[in-house]
Write a protein that binds this ligand. Structure first.
Ligand SMILES: N[C@@H](CCC(=O)N[C@@H](CS)C(=O)NCC(=O)O)C(=O)O
Length: 211
C-alpha cells in the first residue's frame, strides 16, 4: 500500500490511521497545491482528480476519499476499535461523525484557501466554522467523539480542527475541543506522522502537551 499525502492536509488522518494499524506502507508527500509529486512530476498522472488522500493498493488499484480509505484500512487490519464492525450501531456512529467532519467542517474551510477572499467573506466563513465547532464542543463529552475509544472519526476531526491554528481561528471558547486536540496530538502515531510529513497545515510545533 502507498499513501499520497500533503503536509497537514486531510490525508494526514489516513496517515495517522495507517500508523495506528501498524501494517507496512509507503508514503509519498506531494504538493497538492501545485500538483507535483516528490520527484517534481505531475501528481495528476497518479491522481486524476489531483487531490489527496489517495491510497494505491497492492494490486495497483487506487482508492480515494477520506472516509472510504479510512474504512478500507481499518477493515483490512480488523481494527474494530478504530472502525467498529459492519452492521453495528457503533460503526454508524463513527461514520456519522466522519460525515459531519467531511461535509460540515472540512469543506467549510475551503474558501479560506482562496487567494482573493475579502475580509467580510472571511469573517462569514469563520463564523460558519465556529458554529460547526460549537456543535462538536457540545457533543464532545468523550474524551473522543464516540466516547472512550479513539476512532477513525477522531483522526479526521483532529486534522481538520487543527487547521484553526493555521488560520488563526480562536478556539478559546471550546475547551473540550482544545483538550481533544491535546490528547490526540500526544499520540505517538500522530507525532510520527507529522514529523514525516513536515511543516504544513498542521505541524509538530502546533502540538501542546496535555496539562
Ligand atoms: N472529498 C475528498 C476531499 C479531499 C480534499 O479536499 N483534499 C484536499 C486537501 S485537504 C485537496 O486535495 N485539495 C486539492 C484540490 O482541491 O485541488 C475526500 O474526502 O477525500
Amino acid at each position: 500500500m502507498k499513501l499520497y499525502t500533503h503536509p497537514g492536509a486531510s490525508s494526514l488522518s489516513v496517515h495517522i490511521l495507517l500508523r495506528e494499524i501498524g501494517k507496512p506502507f509507503d508514503l509519498e508527500v506531494v504538493n497538492v497545491t501545485i500538483k507535483t509529486r516528490a520527484d517534481g512530476s505531475d501528481y495528476r498522472s497518479v491522481a486524476s482528480r489531483g487531490m489527496v488522500p489517495l491510497l494505491e493498493l497492492n494490486d495497483g488499484g487506487r482508492l480515494t476519499e477520506n472516509m472510504v480509505i479510512a474504512q478500507y484500512v481499518c477493515d483490512l487490519a480488523g481494527r474494530y476499535d478504530l472502525m467498529p464492525a459492519a452492521g453495528t450501531m457503533d460503526r454508524y456512529r463513527v461514520i456519522e461523525w466522519q460525515s459531519f467532519v467531511a461535509a460540515e467542517l472540512h469543506k467549510s474551510f475551503v474558501p479560506l484557501y482562496w487567494p482573493n477572499i475579502d475580509a467580510g467573506m472571511r469573517d462569514l466563513v469563520i463564523e460558519r466554522i465556529r458554529s460547526r465547532l460549537g456543535f462538536v464542543e457540545r457533543e464532545l463529552t468523550g474524551p473522543f467523539l464516540t466516547g472512550q475509544v479513539f476512532t477513525a472519526a477522531d483522526a479526521y476531526l483532529f486534522v481538520i480542527a487543527s487547521w484553526t491554528r493555521f488560520f488563526k481561528i480562536s478556539i478559546d471558547e471550546f475547551p473540550r475541543l482544545a483538550r481533544f486536540l491535546n490528547i490526540v496530538g500526544s499520540r505517538p502515531t500522530v507525532r510520527a506522522a507529522l514529523d514525516i510529513e513536515g511543516p504544513g497545515l498542521v505541524s509538530v510545533s502546533d502540538l501542546t502537551p496535555v496539562p
